[in-house]
Design a protein around this ligand. Structure first.
Ligand code: SAH
Length: 393
């Protein structure tokens, strides 16, 4: 196996447990990146040639190699892929009563470049690196042996693939379900397959949806950026008086309404389609108030350079949400932007309350569920934040 050598002192982050190698950290005199084919296996070494582990390389990417084993000369082959997937599965089977979860969360499952969501017999897979793309046959075989899925959707239309010089396209094998069915927190959700957002359902918010539902009894609930109603429907099923879903996608709202009816037939459900900022301003001006609100925006900060604009959007959204809260109301404020620090989201919330001369107290600070494991040495694998706060005079 060829060696990929790091420059002097560039081994520290890797020795501390991180899995990524950036192109500028490679000693290209010892190991020219251009010698490597996309996805090629290599042994990673420090500048003196001492081995640090095994990687796959992509000379075309800024993250030019990703480590998958701390031992040298290890190929990410059929056997290792199967072993990693088995251990990912074992963790989820300990966590959940049925096969609905994120089965593989990339680096968090020591499988860089691979995300798999499992919906019973159906899998949605995202491959984001050349190294993983090259091992797709082995991956497919491992998935069939381990899970016998009736269908797999390769949802490879992600922008991230561009960074690895990979084409963007969706492919499927087997008969795709017409829609996804997801049992969660005692509810049963339907969500679009193949035409939905990301992989069809956001498993990452599972614990936070349950947490907000604790405050739902008799509440009028507003679910901002609702998608198919994850937060609002869970609250409705927990005894909310009414639920209002707000989203820019009419398709998502149709699902949300159906999900609310099926899970909480006695709860009054309403949908509002359009830009959330416009709709929130309008509702504020009409004097509408809610006892519980979920604010779960799309990532406003996708790249670091969007940080300032994105932060302003989070501030504004939190400010509008606080204005729509009834006295003593509960706000679940989330952010899925890795580039927004936890303390910045908390500041958005406290500033919004302070601006209206209100107190905010945090009752719960959550993140992504444990089927999205955070690699302890890689802050990049932690992205979701959710504060549940009570706001009052
Ligand atoms: N809360 C949801 C997930 C939200 S994903 C859950 O628990 O599953 C973000 C949602 O925001 C998407 O459904 C998307 O359609 C919607 N969205 C994006 N931009 C929007 C905007 N400007 N106004 C309203 N909705 C928007």
């Amino acid at each position: 196996m060829r060696k990929l050598c790091l420059k002097k002192n560039e081994d520290r982050r890797l020795r501390a447990g991180h899995l990524w190698i950036f192109a500028n950290e490679v000693d290209v005199k010892q190991s020219p990146l251009t010698d490597f084919a996309p996805g090629e296996a290599a042994t990673l070494c420090d500048w003196r040639g001492a081995p640090l582990g095994s990687v796959y390389v992509n000379p075309a990417s800024l993250i030019c190699a990703r480590l998958h084993s701390r031992k040298p000369d290890v190929e990410l082959d059929d056997a290792l892929l199967a072993q990693r997937l088995e251990s990912a599965l074992a963790l989820r089977q300990r966590l959940y009563p049925g096969p609905w979860y994120r089965l593989c969360h990339g680096e968090g499952d020591f499988l860089p470049g691979l995300v798999i969501d499992r919906y019973g017999d159906h899998l949605t897979v995202q491959v984001t690196t050349a190294g993983m793309e090259q091992r797709r046959e082995a991956l497919t075989a491992a998935l069939h042996t381990l899970l016998h899925p009736t269908s797999i959707l390769w949802a490879n239309d992600l922008a991230a693939r561009g960074l690895e010089n990979l084409s963007r396209e969706q492919q499927s094998e087997g008969q795709l379900p017409e829609r996804l069915e997801v049992p969660e927190n005692g509810c049963r959700f339907f969500a679009p397959c193949a035409t939905g957002q990301k992989t069809g359902w956001f498993f990452d918010q599972r614990p936070n949806r349950a947490e907000l539902a604790r405050y739902a009894k008799d509440a009028d609930v507003l679910d901002i950026f609702s998608y198919v109603g994850g937060f609002g429907v869970t609250a409705a099923a927990a005894g909310a008086r009414s639920v209002t879903f707000m989203d820019a996608s009419a398709q998502a709202l149709a699902f949300a309404e159906e999900n609310a009816k099926a899970n909480a037939p006695g709860c009054e459900a309403q949908t509002l389609c359009g830009d959330a900022f416009d709709l929130l301003r309008q509702m504020r001006d009409e004097g509408r108030r809610f006892q519980a609100i979920s604010l779960d925006p799309p990532a406003f900060i996708k790249r670091r350079k969007d940080a300032a604009l994105g932060l302003a959007a989070y501030k504004q959204a939190n400010d509008l949400a606080v204005q729509l809260l009834a006295p003593g109301g509960i706000l679940a404020s989330s952010s899925c932007s890795h580039h927004l620090e936890t303390q910045s989201l908390r500041a958005c919330l406290t500033q919004a309350a302070a601006k209206r001369k209100l107190h905010a107290r945090i009752l719960f600070a959550g993140g992504q569920g444990p089927d999205h494991p955070i690699h302890a040495a890689m802050p990049e694998t932690a992205y979701l934040k959710c504060f549940i706060a009570q706001v009052g005079a």
